[in-house]
Design a protein around this ligand. Structure first.
Ligand SMILES: C[S@@+](CC[C@H](N)C(=O)[O-])C[C@H]1O[C@@H](n2cnc3c(N)ncnc32)[C@H](O)[C@@H]1O
Length: 287
């Protein structure tokens, strides 16, 4: 019997040697550090525009209390999930399609001593492997651009949330003419694998899935700043970071983006600066 072929999404994200690359990047960043904290990982484990500053801002909007059960939809390398477990005392479950990412997420979680408070499962977020009302909160950071069937995605998220469920979407959304959007981008190298939608399409699909969208935030300013920094100088695979120097932490996300990271970063920046795309946050409550 032949093994099932990985989807286009998993093929896009899979590198095969990501664990080794991250290990090497961390060795360069923190030479001689046997123990690491979640804060040490920010340069390599958050794969969304705005990096850790965006994660912190979104966390403030999740209205967390210790012990609440949070689902991280498309959890990637697990940075955002670990932040919630470490700094908000949440009980976090991440689910992601890309096996290698799930493996790296578990390994990094173990390295920072959070195993048991942040768990990661391989799965498709349009068919979540969880029972009804399993979670008090959910968030999804830069995942919808990979998903064509957003109606099913949001219906699934609504199914696994409890009655007072709060759900935050933070995706790169379409503002301008899709034909003008330049590729490769961090989530897709070609337009055929990119499923951008406009904020109004998100709002309409979320409403149909049982959510009220109670707030919308445009993150373009923050994103442009962070992408300029990411494309500009620091690169975690090449530049040692000296925490004692007080300089800014290394650019986020580029290790996970592979060899053409700088092209992807400059294209996404260009698309945002030309008002074609906008990283947008929607805060949603179940009706
Ligand atoms: C740009 S990364 C964002 C990762 C993470 N949310 C973060 O902000 O660091 C997009 C992630 O979505 C995952 N993904 C895309 N489509 C998915 C699907 N149908 N089910 C589960 N995960 C998916 C990818 O594997 C990838 O890890």
């Amino acid at each position: 019997m032949t093994a099932p072929q990985p989807s286009a999404v998993a093929r896009h994200y899979r590198q095969g040697d990501l664990r080794r690359k991250i290990d090497e990047a961390l060795d360069r960043l923190y030479p001689g550090h046997a123990t690491l904290t979640t804060d040490d990982l920010h340069g390599v484990d958050e794969f969304h525009t705005g990096g850790h500053a965006a994660t912190r801002e979104l966390t403030d909007h999740l209205e967390l209390k210790a012990g609440l059960r949070v689902l991280d939809v498309g959890s990637g390398l697990g940075g955002p999930a670990r932040h919630l477990a470490q700094h908000a005392g949440a009980d976090v479950t991440g689910v992601d399609l890309t096996e290698e990412y799930v493996d790296v997420a578990r390994w990094l979680t173990d390295r920072v001593g959070l195993t048991g408070r942040a768990r990661f499962e391989q799965g498709d977020v349009t068919a979540l492997p969880f029972a009804r009302a399993s979670f008090d909160r959910a968030w999804m950071l830069h995942v919808g651009m990979n998903i064509e069937d957003k109606a099913r995605l949001f219906t699934e998220i609504s199914r696994v949330l409890t009655g007072e469920g709060l759900f935050i979407v933070y995706d790169v959304m379409l503002l301008g003419d899709p034909a003008l959007v330049r590729y490769p981008l961090p989530w897709a190298s070609e337009p055929e694998h990119s499923f951008l939608a406009r904020p109004q399409e998100y709002r309409s699909l979320l409403r149909k899935a049982g959510f009220d969208v109670v707030a919308e935030h445009d993150h373009r300013l923050q994103a442009v700043q962070s992408l300029r920094n990411a494309g500009g100088g620091h690169h975690p695979t090449s530049t040692p970071h000296n925490p004692a120097s007080g300089d800014t932490p290394p650019a986020p996300i580029s290790v996970a983006m592979g060899s053409d990271a700088s092209t992807k970063i400059s294209k996404v920046l260009q698309n945002i600066e030309e008002d074609l795309l906008a990283p947008t946050e929607l805060i949603c409550r179940l009706r």
